[in-house]
Design a protein around this ligand. Sequence first.
Ligand code: FE2
Ligand code: FE2
Length: 191
Amino acid sequence: MLNYNEIQEKLQSALSPGRFNHTLGVLETALKLGHIYNIDEEKVKVSALLHDCAKDIPNTLKLRLCKEYHIPLDEFMSQDIELCHSFLGAEIAKREYGVKDEEILNAIKYHTTGRADMSVLEKIIYLADYIEPNRIPFRGLEEVRQYVENDLDKAMITALKNTIEYLTKNNRIIHPLTIEALEFIISKKED
Ligand SMILES: [Fe+2]
Ligand SMILES: [Fe+2]
């Protein structure tokens, strides 16, 4: 794997200044959450830094790379190509940044859709992406920020519900993994 400075340098040239700034916000937030929930700092750092490493690739190239790397695009991702940046990002983290750790790769892979039975690292990256300090205020943001340091699952439920509501309102595609993520956490909380 590239060292921390090499990752940061390579990433900075792959991302727009705004996206890089967002990434630093995610890094800061994820590190704070990682300390609270006792997650390996190195894993948190690499996952946070690389979570959007594929986001600024032009969509036509995203499609081509998905094909080349044999990333299957389901019907939802084919309809909303933005959705694939996290799956493609995990593959690029592996191929171009030399990341081998499956936990890190999964945190990158599922940071947009979520999935059932997410690891704590996956939840931290998902939530840090949602609440990082550079986010322009939106409905529900403060609520998630309030819960996140005491109850990760409550924060996840709120963030997932908000996301589903937002996508529905805006006629956007809701990936089934997002529904599964929400249903899984709710069913576990009820146990
Ligand atoms: Fe993303
Ligand atoms: Fe992001």
